[in-house]
Design a protein around this ligand. Structure first.
Ligand SMILES: *Cc1c(COP(=O)(O)O)cnc(C)c1O
Length: 480
């Protein structure tokens, strides 16, 4: 860590210092037209090496999966294999253009088709689309599909969607964006959907239920064994079942959601299928559907006719949700991963994701409370109120001092002081042990030297942030 406080670029600026030397201008100079320039640009004046060092140093302050263990529950920050990058950067993929037409895009269409079919098989669905650009975008496409289905059946008044209280925030946000209203469902003592509350909710809106949005395993990392019963209850009420499959790590090759009564589901390729998350994108959100919804899928969709590949629009498609084929470069990465693992590999992926999470859970249980102690899937939720005056935030900040990215905290909302840990299947035992040992050390510090936790992080350029202030009064524009 630097002992000298980091300087901003304009603080390092020295008048007249430059990083480029251009040849003398051999065309007439044209002044910037009046009115286009709002004022003097006070750009810092620096030499090239200082600029390079500055930005390289800044880039090294980032946590990333390539530098640190990143146990961010629900987000699945697993390793992005470097071979995926190599493949995605092959000239034929990287430099192709969607407007060159199907005839010259056979390879690209074949890849899209094979990925689509592979994921469809993993999910147990009848048809699928790779158009959406993210998980939440897949959700939106899925809810549009549900809406189009009800409208096509003359049931436009079905606008209510049930959402368990453990759901990811994107679920209610998606429903609202799609013009639906949401009905929250409480969880039962086991952390699953409360069946009695589900029946009451279904009865309270007869004829208006569009469906349920369910995550299984849910965000508590628990598999809801009642999934088939839940699906039947919702179907009997005329609704559809949306499955949030952002995180399939625990179940690939083990459980096919499409065979458990789920009618429509998205997968995040940037979680389970190893593509990078990126800074808000680009990603890809596969949507798979059962027989009754296939005509509504967003398109174009890749199809195989004889030995040719082509694109088509499903007959009652909700339309395109993204230009051309979606984020093609991401699809190439996911396809490389799929071919690398194969059916056997996907099953082992799930087994290791579950094993790793349970290993950490069991080792931490004597030190942290776990609200739902039954065997977890790919993640589990512990609680950070381990000593008087100690909160989850203190533990998360202290982890940074020890070089670990904190897990997801204060989510899901139904667990007080939640710490949601997802190690992923790509970490080795030594890394898991190092994390566990630090967590145990922090639990001891919480009891013996709580101030260490309250004052952390101490190794970062900035300590605790005023998070509420940052959200309420954002400064979005740098003023040097
Ligand atoms: C990550 C996640 C989403 C949203 O996916 P994005 O690609 O971030 O939009 C939805 N649901 C669950 C359970 C998730 O973990």
């Amino acid at each position: 860590m630097n002992l000298v406080p980091e300087k901003l670029l304009h603080e390092m600026s020295s008048p007249g210092r430059i990083a480029v030397s251009l040849p003398a201008c051999d065309v007439p100079e044209t002044p910037v037209p009046a009115g286009l320039r709002r004022g003097d640009l006070r750009l810092p004046e620096l030499d090239e090496l200082s600029v390079v060092r500055h930005f390289t140093r800044l880039s090294q302050k980032n946590y990333s999966i390539d530098t640190h263990f990143y146990p961010l529950g629900s987000c699945t920050m697993k390793y992005n294999p470097k071979v995926n990058e190599l493949v995605a950067n092959l000239h034929g993929w990287r430099d192709t253009h969607p407007l060159i037409g199907d005839e010259f895009s056979q390879g690209a269409l074949e890849l899209i088709y094979k990925l689509q079919e592979g994921l469809r098989e993993i999910g147990g669905f009848a048809a699928a689309s790779l158009q959406p650009a993210a998980g939440a975008h897949g959700e939106l496409a899925g809810v549009f599909i549900m809406r189009a289905y009800h409208v096509a059946r003359g049931e436009a008044r079905r606008t209510k969607i049930l959402i368990p209280d453990s759901a990811h925030g994107t679920n209610p946000a998606t429903c609202t964006m799609a013009g639906m209203t949401t009905i929250p469902l409480p969880s039962d003592a086991e952390g699953g959907v409360d069946l009695h509350a589900l029946q009451v909710a279904l009865d309270s809106a007869t004829g208006e239920i569009a469906g349920i949005m369910i995550t299984n395993p849910n965000t508590l990392g628990l598999f809801d064994r009642n999934i088939e019963t839940i699906a039947k209850m919702v179907h009997d009420a005329g609704g559809l079942v949306y499955g949030d499959g952002a995180n399939m790590n625990a179940v690939t090759g083990v459980f096919k959601p499409g065979l458990s009564g789920i009618d429509v589901m998205h997968f995040n390729l940037h979680k389970t299928f190893s593509t990078p998350h990126g800074g808000g994108g680009p990603g890809a959100g596969f949507v798979g559907v059962g027989q009754e919804l296939m005509d509504f899928l967003p398109g174009p969709i890749a199809a195989k006719n004889g030995n040719k590949y082509a694109l088509y629009m499903p007959s009652r498609s909700i339309g395109s949700v993204k230009s051309f084929y979606g984020n093609f470069g991401v699809l190439v990465r996911a396809y490389a991963y799929m071919r690398m693992l194969g059916a056997e590999g996907f099953r082992r992926l799930a087994e290791n994701a579950v094993l790793n999470a349970n290993y950490i859970k069991v080792r931490l249980e004597g030190h942290y409370k776990v609200k739902y102690p039954r065997r977890c899937m790919h993640e589990f939720v512990a609680m950070g109120d381990i000593a008087p005056g100690i909160h989850t935030l203190d533990i998360a900040k202290r982890l940074i001092d020890y070089g670990f990215h904190p897990p997801t905290i204060y989510f899901p909302l139904i667990v007080p002081e939640a710490i949601m840990i997802e190690p992923t299947e790509t970490e080795n035992k030594e890394t898991l042990d190092a994390f566990v040992e630090v967590m145990i050390k922090i639990a001891d510090e919480a009891k013996t030297t709580p101030d260490l936790l309250h004052h952390s992080p101490t190794t970062t350029p900035i300590g605790r942030l005023d998070e509420v202030g940052a959200a309420r009064n954002p400064v979005l524009c740098f003023k040097g």
